[in-house]
Design a protein around this ligand. Structure first.
Ligand code: 13P
Ligand code: SF4
Length: 319
């Protein structure tokens, strides 16, 4: 993508302000290309949470969505965590409230609660473990077999984990991300028919992930070419694989990075309309404003943060 004069000026100013404020810029793989290009660390949810722990910077500018900045704030109570647009939320995190979780727990006394990182700090504080798409299977496997598990809030990731672990005593909350749920099985099959030699990379939050697993077991999709992965692992896989064409079933922002890292390979979106409006709210202008005007400081009440941190620390230590 050609960088405009305006963008280069903004980038220069951002770099100056980053130095002035001793700030680091963390960005998710779904961010706009120009944000990905200036990130100090670009990654999936787990990599970004780890980067937030490991940084020496005094200010963390989180180019992602609200729950990610909250997680960084919980891990770094002494640092300033900025989210350049407060409206950058997440439909999946909104699919369960803390009151709903309390009611669910009351129906299953003694169950272990595993919350996907796409949840509010309040929900995390009521959970035993947090997980991301890259370590959800390992975390559920680590829980003693006889314990009931409540997995929330994503039903597609939950089904994937249940299938991978073969765990019967796992209950799944029926939440979804509207972007990933919108990637339909028929779209994946259609694109696959047009690109039969391509490898298929599917995010476990997708509406098509369950059917992809089913189609794999039926031999419709070749098992050796179908991979259900977090965004970070999709990037690793597309680099390491010998294939030169990939169908990408996740938010399309990741394709910028895939193309940048693999200029000779081709990447086709399973659904080109799979765009997360929240991730795209973070622009260069807003990043600069965040640094200049301290927009918007994300804080979490101490008691909630302390409880949530136990679940987040368990997430960071696995996988
Ligand atoms: P990962 O990058 O951890 O795979 O998560 C995807 C996502 O939807 C983040 O909001
Ligand atoms: Fe939330 Fe979905 Fe956007 Fe990820 S892609 S931030 S899960 S709405």
């Amino acid at each position: 993508m050609a960088v405009t004069e305006m963008q280069s000026r903004l980038v220069e100013e951002i770099q100056e302000w980053k130095k002035k404020r001793n700030a680091v810029l963390l960005a998710h793989n779904y961010e706009l290309p120009e944000i990905q290009d200036i990130a100090d660390v670009l990654g999936d949810s787990l990599a970004l949470a780890r980067a937030a722990v490991n940084t020496d910077a005094e200010v963390i500018v989180f180019c992602g969505v609200h729950f990610m900045a909250e997680t960084a704030a919980i891990l770094n109570p002494e640092k300033t965590v900025l989210l350049p647009d407060l409206e950058a939320g997440c439909s999946l995190a909104d699919s369960i409230t803390v009151e709903q979780l309390r009611e669910w727990k009351a129906e299953h006394p003694g169950a272990v609660v595993v919350a996907y990182v796409n949840t509010t700090a309040e929900v995390k504080a009521e959970s035993d473990y947090c997980c991301t798409s890259s370590n959800a299977v390992d975390i559920v496997r680590s829980i003693p077999e006889e314990k009931e598990v409540l997995f929330l809030p994503d039903m597609f990731l939950g089904s994937f984990v249940k299938r991978e672990t073969g765990r019967e005593n796992m209950h799944i909350w029926m939440g979804e991300c509207h972007v990933h749920a919108g990637i339909q099985p028929y779209q994946v099959e259609d694109v696959f028919t047009q690109h039969p030699d391509a490898e298929l990379l599917v995010h476990p939050e997708c509406g098509c992930s369950t059917s992809s697993m089913y189609l794999m077991s039926e031999g419709v999709l070749p098992e050796e070419k179908t991979h259900i992965l977090s965004t970070g692992n999709m990037l690793k896989h597309s680099k390491a694989s010998k294939a030169d064409e990939f169908i990408v079933a996740t938010e399309v922002g990741i394709i910028h990075q895939m193309e940048k890292q693999n200029p000779k390979k081709r990447f086709v979106a399973a659904n080109p309309d799979a765009v997360c409006p929240f991730m795209k709210m973070i622009t260069l202008e807003k990043v600069l404003d965040a640094l200049k005007q301290n927009n918007y400081v994300i804080t979490v009440p101490k008691e909630t943060a302390e409880k949530a941190k136990l679940a987040i620390d368990r997430m960071i230590s696995v996988g």
